[in-house]
Design a protein. Structure first.
Lengths: 479, 479
């Protein structure tokens, strides 16, 4: 079937909510590296997939990412290739979906009064791009008529982990008035919903005109409306960051579902036929991933004997599993999680326990991705630290200096261009160099193949904050 | 109760069989590092415990370790502190217990015709030293009268994993004639044995005069007897190694149980009251280790929620376990094993599978202990390798050279004395040095605190066999 080639609608904006924290996919996700940034399924991260899905429907310049300060760098780095310039609006702190959507609505309405907003979570699974776009096009006429359209998923099973939408009067083949938003039901109620037939899963995907959402916010969340109105002049200007900082502290943490969707009379629902999951836990991968003949999902360096219906996520280290049934095993460089599928919800409790026991290091990512490549910490001692550093071709670190540590660099593959004080020289594969404390230096990959180096830091203080940046091609400041 | 201080009997020799291979405790035990070398329980390795148990009963100079070529270095290093000089006899290859015991008997008889041999596996668990020594002293008079005494363990449960000894006529309070050695029974038979009351577990600990064992070998294993007789002149001389090499190839692989114990008419059994386990698998730790109130054995960096009756062996990496029941988890630097307790026997199958799949690297130990300290491989790449090297105070590596790799040394703590070509210099903490290929070098810890260095090897070939040793304080040759 030949696809129609349409130009993206000029007034259609995608608003991607990418501020979510969460450690439900711990130890793969970490507090500073939540699941939208993970390649859980396939070659792209969930955030990248969300953007990729919109290609041809929403132009990159019409794509707005709502994120938080601590995630901005990661968003930039993950989307640069897909979007070119990445339009981010940075919330000073996450306050749930209502402020994030309100902020986007104010910004887009200010830009273009007929702006249509497609709001998308950045960390959900949607497998069929064509079906997704078909649903979008079914929804557009309803949004253009002033409705707030939600995308409802036909329930595949009596799931107790999702909210449901109860539909009312049919407006078209696939679109209904919404009569109620319903909280996560118990098992019995969920079964009854399925039998009854008019209930759908709430996907968290919405389409509406910015204008209409602003009207509803004014009506149902007048405090928040007024707060944003007070800074509307600064939006889309250089003063935006500062203005947001001044109001965010006082905003209430609230979801759009509770704040608007459950109250507004303008809500309609379009049935979404695409396979979908909110990926709420490790066991949710069961619904979306291909399995072997024994029902296992085995990723990475896994050797299994007699395993059934288990999910094993490994990487380079070996995970050897014998006779596992309905288990989840997630192995990362510094931590391994092992639990039966029906206990994965307790990962939250586990993360709390790690905090209580002073093991916060396991809430930070072991592999740190950076605009120029990535590094991983191989070993940490009281006065030394060994890192494996990967620089993309042509990538260049900032000119920098450390007060307390020396750095030894051994080039493992590729060629490094090193500035050390006033000298500039090349270090080739299998050669090494040494940067004493308080000497300005810069590392660069001048080549067209990746540069891999091993860095040994030694000194009395090894914190990432012992860094003075003199310039930075990635626009980061020393803080 | 005051202990009697006896001088060790001059004619009593301990013969420790420390040649066993095996990977039943994989991934903690490896092919080149079997379980006798592991600290499974407490501060000492099983081999060290076996020696420690004999203190005061057998003098160090009367202790003979029967081992194989590839394990000699580890035996030396593990026992040096306990024994001073370590008397090893090195079998050219392991041929099961009959040749090992025959060899020891020939050697000791040649030394002293009234030699009494206490034969001990090096990888079993015995918890009560006093009870062990009491049993030994009950057994000695029977051995001195020409009996071959086995130590029998009163069965604690109808175990199907052990061989049994059926006792006959009572000779003293704790010693019986043996009427039969019985193979591992099925569950029903094992229950019947317990009910019947005259069956004991075969501990593999024996006491006899070398002379009597040689008589029995002559009678029941005449081929092996004649083979050893042909080289008896070389035993206890410098020619021993060579002589053994000439005969071992032709020796049959046979157990002492099958070769002698099941046939000899001289066998008696002394009841051993000490807690004992052959530590046949990970689940056997259940019998010998202290558990928490939920029945768990949790070692190392483990955070558990709602776990019951599980064994979790971790080290530095974090193992996070939720809701495990009757599971075994063993985490090491490069591999993690996860299996229910009732499947641990399949570890053998798993090890075979690793070989089939070309993952032999997981059968070698990740931490390599050496006479001078130890090293661990932090990372292995196609053309580089990073090691963490620990040198004991005053330890010194051999003067050596590599043809294909360069080595970068960064001192993390302590001070290194480095010989590089004709130069000798010191490298202090946080300093580094570089050894190009084909340059003679030596690393030494001249200090009184440990020396830790990070070594990055780089080059086209990184095999451990690219080493030319010019001298070696630990007596190792370049091979």
């Amino acid at each position: 079937m030949a696809k129609k080639h349409r130009a993206p609608k000029k007034n259609l904006y995608a608003v991607i909510i990418a501020g979510g924290k969460g450690t439900r996919f711990w130890p793969l996700s970490r507090e500073a590296f939540p699941k939208q940034f993970l390649k859980l399924i396939g070659e792209r991260t969930l955030l990248q997939e969300t953007i990729q899905r919109l290609k041809g429907e929403v132009s990159p310049s019409n794509t707005l990412i709502v994120t938080t300060k601590d995630q901005k760098d990661i968003v930039d780095w993950q989307l640069k290739e897909l979007l070119g310039d990445v339009n981010c609006v940075v919330e000073p702190e996450g306050k749930n979906t209502a402020p994030a959507i309100a902020l986007a609505a104010f910004k887009l309405f200010k830009k273009r009064q007929d702006a249509l907003m497609l709001v998308l979570p950045s960390d959900h699974f949607v497998s069929d791009r064509d079906l997704f776009n078909q649903t979008l096009h079914k929804a557009i006429p309803f949004a253009e008529k002033g409705n707030i359209v939600t995308f409802g998923i036909k329930p595949a099973r009596p799931e107790t982990g999702y909210g449901y939408i109860k539909t009312g009067r049919r407006l078209s083949k696939d679109t209904f008035k919404v009569s109620a938003f319903v909280e996560k039901p118990d098992a019995k109620t969920a079964k009854a919903y399925i039998k009854e037939g008019s209930y759908y899963w709430n996907s968290g995907i919405f389409l509406f005109r910015a204008k209409d959402m602003l009207d509803e916010i004014k009506k149902y969340m007048p405090d928040m409306y007024n707060t944003f109105t007070s800074i509307v002049k600064a939006l889309n200007t250089k003063k935006e960051d500062e203005a947001l900082k001044s109001i965010y502290r006082n905003l209430r943490d609230e979801s759009i579902d509770y704040g608007i969707m459950e109250k507004s009379k303008k809500i309609v629902m379009t049935v979404a036929d695409f396979p979908w999951s909110d990926l709420g836990s490790w066991s949710s991968l069961d619904e979306v991933m291909d399995k072997d003949e024994d029902g296992n999902v085995l990723i990475g360096n896994v050797v299994g004997i007699d395993c059934k219906d288990s999910i094993i996520f490994a990487n380079k280290r070996l995970v050897a599993a014998i006779g596992l049934k309905n288990m989840v095993v997630v192995d990362t460089a510094d931590a391994t999680l092992i639990t039966p599928k029906d206990k994965v919800q307790q990962v939250k409790q586990l993360v709390s326990k790690l905090k209580e026991e002073g093991k916060e290091e396991y809430l930070a990512p072991k592999i740190e991705e950076r605009p120029w490549g990535y590094f991983s910490v191989l070993e940490k001692g009281p006065s030394h630290q060994i890192k494996h550093i990967y620089l993309k071709p042509k990538a260049r670190l900032s000119l920098q200096m450390h007060n307390h540590r020396s750095e030894h660099w051994i080039v493992v593959s590729g060629t490094a261009k090193v500035q050390r004080g006033e000298e500039v020289f090349f270090v080739h594969t299998n050669e090494s160099t040494f940067i004493p404390p308080t000497v300005k230096h810069r590392l660069e990959n001048p080549g067209i193949i990746p540069l891999r180096i091993v860095e040994i830091q030694s000194g009395e203080y090894l914190g990432e904050d012992d860094i003075i940046r003199f310039d930075d091609v990635y626009g980061r400041r020393t803080e």
